[in-house]
Write a protein that binds this ligand. Structure first.
Ligand code: 5RP
Length: 261
C-alpha cells in the first residue's frame, strides 16, 4: 500500500489499538433532516473530541464543521435517491475526487446495494471510485447498504456483500452486526466497521453490539443514531470508546455513560 493511503487509513483506524470509533452523520443524504441531526453543527460539535473520524457529505462538512478541527473526514460521495423516491438503491457517484482532495479527506465512502435492481450499477460505482481514488492515495470505504429491508442483515447476505466490496478494491467496509459475525470477518480480507443501525432500546444494547462486533474481529464502529439520538450523546460516545478502545465490558462502560450524563 502506498504511503499516502496507509497514512490516511492510520488516521482513521488508530495504530495503538488497531481500532476506531467513527461518527456517522451522513444520514441526511437520503433522509433529509433526520431526528436530532436537524441542526447538524449543534449535534456534531460536542462529539468531535471523542470521534476518531467523521463520516458526512461535503454539504454538511462545509456548513457545519470548522475547518480548523483536527478530525479525519470520511466523505460520503454516493447518493442521488431519497427515502420517498422510487428506489433508494439507485445511487451514483455524487462527488468527484478533485473535490475530495480539496476537502483534504482521509477516505471516501460509497454504498453498494447487492441483490437489488441497482446491484450492477452500484458495484460499478465502487470499481470506478476505487480507480479514481487510488491515484490520490485516498482509501475507499464501501457501505453494504440494505435499503429499506433491514431484515436482509444476515450472515449470508452480509458476507457476500463484504467480500464483493473487498474483491472490487475497497480499502475497508462498513456493514451491520449479525449472528455469526465472525464468519463475515473470516472471509473478508479488509478491515470491517459496523454501523449501529436504528436506535436500540437501551444504551446497554448498543454497547453490547459494539463489544460483540470488536470481539469477533471488527476494527470498530461507524455509529450514528445510537450515539446522537441518545439523550446524552457525549456520555454515549465516551462509553462506546471505552468498549472499542479499552475493551471495557459493556456493563462497566454503562457506568461511564451514567457518570458522564
Ligand atoms: C447509511 C450510512 C449511515 O452512516 C450508517 O447507517 C451509520 O449510521 P447508523 O449507526 O445510524 O446506522 O452509511 O447508509
Amino acid at each position: 500500500m502506498d504511503w499516502g493511503m496507509k497514512n490516511r487509513l492510520s488516521r482513521i483506524i488508530k495504530t495503538d489499538t488497531n481500532r476506531t470509533v467513527m461518527l456517522a452523520v451522513d444520514h441526511g443524504y437520503f433522509l433529509g433532516p433526520t431526528n436530532k441531526l436537524e441542526d447538524a453543527r449543534a449535534t456534531i460539535e460536542p462529539l468531535l473530541p471523542y470521534a476518531d473520524a467523521l463520516m458526512l457529505t461535503r454539504g454538511i462538512l462545509r456548513t457545519s464543521v470548522d475547518p480548523g478541527e483536527d478530525i479525519p473526514i470520511v466523505l460520503r460521495v454516493s447518493g442521488g435517491s431519497s427515502i420517498i423516491g422510487k428506489d433508494l438503491s439507485n445511487e451514483a457517484i455524487t462527488t468527484c475526487m478533485e473535490e475530495a482532495a480539496r476537502l483534504n479527506v482521509s477516505a471516501v465512502a460509497l454504498s453498494i446495494f447487492i441483490g437489488t435492481d441497482y446491484e450492477h450499477q452500484t458495484l460499478c460505482n465502487l470499481s470506478t471510485l476505487v480507480d479514481q481514488a487510488q491515484p490520490y492515495g485516498i482509501p475507499v470505504l464501501a457501505v453494504t447498504a440494505v435499503g429499506k429491508e433491514l431484515g436482509k442483515r444476515d450472515v449470508r447476505f452480509l458476507s457476500l456483500s463484504c467480500r464483493i466490496a473487498a474483491e472490487l478494491g475497497a480499502s475497508f467496509v462498513k456493514t451491520y452486526y449479525c449472528d455469526e459475525f465472525e464468519k463475515i470477518v473470516e472471509s473478508c480480507p479488509i478491515p470491517i466497521v459496523i454501523a449501529g443501525g436504528p436506535k436500540l432500546d437501551t444504551e446497554l444494547d448498543a454497547l453490547e453490539m459494539a463489544k460483540d462486533a470488536v470481539e469477533k474481529g471488527a476494527v470498530g464502529v461507524d455509529m450514528g443514531r445510537n450515539i446522537w439520538q441518545s439523550p446524552h450523546p457525549v456520555a454515549m460516545i465516551k462509553a462506546v470508546r471505552a468498549v472499542v478502545h479499552q475493551k471495557m465490558p459493556p456493563k462497566k462502560a454503562l457506568q461511564v455513560f451514567e457518570q458522564n450524563k
